[in-house]
Design a binder for this molecule. Structure first.
Ligand SMILES: C[S@@+](CC[C@H](N)C(=O)[O-])C[C@H]1O[C@@H](n2cnc3c(N)ncnc32)[C@H](O)[C@@H]1O
Ligand SMILES: [Zn+2]
Length: 470
């Protein structure tokens, strides 16, 4: 597993695609991602323009960007490509372009997540079913864990009168593990309601006054599987615990026989109960209210309690939490309070400002001026094996590409092809062979030090380019 190539408690200001590309593989334990979503295509305007950088503005249109990502996805993950493509037919171009934006970023999230870790993707029901297909393609359907429904609002009055449909009150949070070596989670419990306690723990111990319930001490087949003699006798229920434990319970007075001839039962005290296991329907965490203390005026701010629940359940102290769409840094604040290491990324410099203000408020004297590291550069990966000399790589690439230019797909002699960084070094790219390719002189000068998306979009726009992706 990798180690982070950034300081604990760093906020990057920039496009998370490029920042994540510069992050070491398998270096975070938990990801919480709460991307923006708008039903119209405008959503990606800030993504597109900021992602591309000022120098790209004149030549890049939104559809160029989408198409370049779409092609890049086809090159890396075919099932993801087909899922995204399908959304174009069932929903439309807007959804497809949104899923392209998410797809390339989720591929990076998969890479930086440790095999023992998991990811939560926060979405709303408008896109959650599409994002679930995308997550299935990226993380694997066998790694799907939960679709959590978070009730974030109550029906508004004007909704109730003359409404055409059921009021929409919830968000969806998809939870996937990275691999079968996932380390599991810490089941949280909610306190038992008074009604439940009264209903289930109705008995009172006369000596201690403690409330308890009587539960079964037997279970079908428990502990005795593989004893065919019992099956022959028609015995189907067995003591739940082994002999030693039964003896101990008996001595502690925890086994009760309510009447002669009755099956003995187990005395379970209310004050020993962990409460009620919290399931996949969360109705107990209100959205950030107008006058709440934690409110910073960020329209999509999520409540600290929501992030606390996720972080506590799916990480341990000292683990690293990543939020690639940090917003007003709710995840970072919750992680800091829970003694986790953390890293956040946001396009807007607001995140840095807010995380400092919020941490100062919540941590008090534990906070100091160097507590948070603010960066606006792209980290350089440090986890790649030694880089081979370019001359060796060139021969190897020439063979791997069968002598074709990766841009225009024309055939060239080896001396007419030059080595190019697929992802430029300034955007998190490395000198490692997996980030290198051969381009002809024309393609190389067209691309310059821009990402591959740019070249593909430029070539697609020019007539000489034969569309490879029909
Ligand atoms: C829904 S908000 C996140 C809110 C956050 N969970 C909170 O509680 O404050 C989405 C955030 O993603 C940021 N964002 C959008 N596209 C981005 C990108 N490509 N890279 C980094 N941040 C991005 C936006 O600036 C916005 O702050
Ligand atoms: Zn070429």
């Amino acid at each position: 597993m990798g180690t982070p190539n950034w300081a604990n408690r760093t906020i990057f200001t920039g496009d998370n695609l490029y920042v994540m590309r510069g992050m070491n593989s398998e270096s975070v334990d938990l990801i919480y991602a709460d991307p923006p979503f708008n039903s119209n295509r405008n959503y990606s305007a800030p993504v597109g323009s900021k992602a591309a950088g000022a120098s790209f503005k004149d030549t890049w249109t939104l559809s160029d960007l989408d198409e370049a990502w779409h092609n890049q996805i086809l090159d890396t993950d075919e099932s993801l490509y087909h899922v995204i493509n399908a959304s174009r037919y069932s929903h439309g171009e807007g959804m497809m372009s949104y899923l392209c934006m998410m797809g390339v970023r989720l591929l990076e999230m998969r890479r930086v997540l440790k095999p023992t870790g998991s990811i939560y993707l926060h979405c709303d029901p408008y896109a959650s079913h599409y994002l679930k297909l995308v997550m299935d393609a990226v993380f694997g359907v066998e790694h799907y864990l939960n679709e959590i429904s978070w009730k974030r609002t109550v029906p508004k009055n004007d909704y109730i009168q003359g409404a055409m449909n059921w009021p929409r009150m919830r968000d969806i949070i998809l939870h996937y593990r990275a691999s079968p070596t996932y380390k599991g989670f810490n089941q949280p419990f909610a306190p038992m309601s008074k009604e439940s306690a009264d209903k289930h723990y109705g008995k009172v111990d006369p000596e201690t006054g403690k409330r308890y319930q009587l539960t079964s001490l037997t279970a079908p087949g428990a502990g005795t599987r593989g004893h065919p003699e019992y099956e022959l006798l028609g015995v189907t229920r067995f003591w739940r615990y082994n002999e030693q434990k039964m003896q101990k319970l008996l001595e502690e007075g925890r086994i009760v026989q309510t009447a002669p001839g009755r099956v003995p039962r187990y005395k379970r005290y209310l004050d020993e109960s962990k409460g009620v296991a919290i399931g996949d329907s969360w109705n107990d965490i209100p959205a950030v209210q107008g006058r709440a203390n934690e409110r910073v005026g960020y329209p999509t701010q999520k409540p600290l309690a929501l992030l606390e629940r996720i972080i506590k359940a799916s990480s341990n102290e000292g683990d690293t939490v990543l939020d690639p769409f940090a917003g007003c840094a709710t995840t970072c604040v919750a992680a800091a309070q829970l003694d986790r290491e953390w890293v956040g990324i946001d396009l807007s410099p607001k995140a840095v400002e807010l995380v400092n203000v919020r941490l100062q408020d919540t941590l008090g004297s534990l906070y100091h001026h160097a507590f948070v590291t603010a960066r606006a550069d792209i980290p350089q990966r440090t986890d790649l094996a030694d880089v081979k000399p370019f001359i060796t790589q060139k021969q190897w690439l020439y063979g791997a590409q069968d002598g074709y230019c990766k841009g225009c797909r024309e055939h060239f002699a080896v001396q007419n092809l030059t080595i190019d960084h697929i992802i430029p070094r300034a955007k998190g790219g490395t000198d490692h062979v997996e980030n290198l390719q051969l381009l002809c002189g024309h393609c190389n000068s067209l691309k310059g030090d821009r990402p591959m998306e740019y070249l593909m979009a430029r070539l697609a726009a020019s007539n000489g380019y034969v569309q490879r992706y029909a």
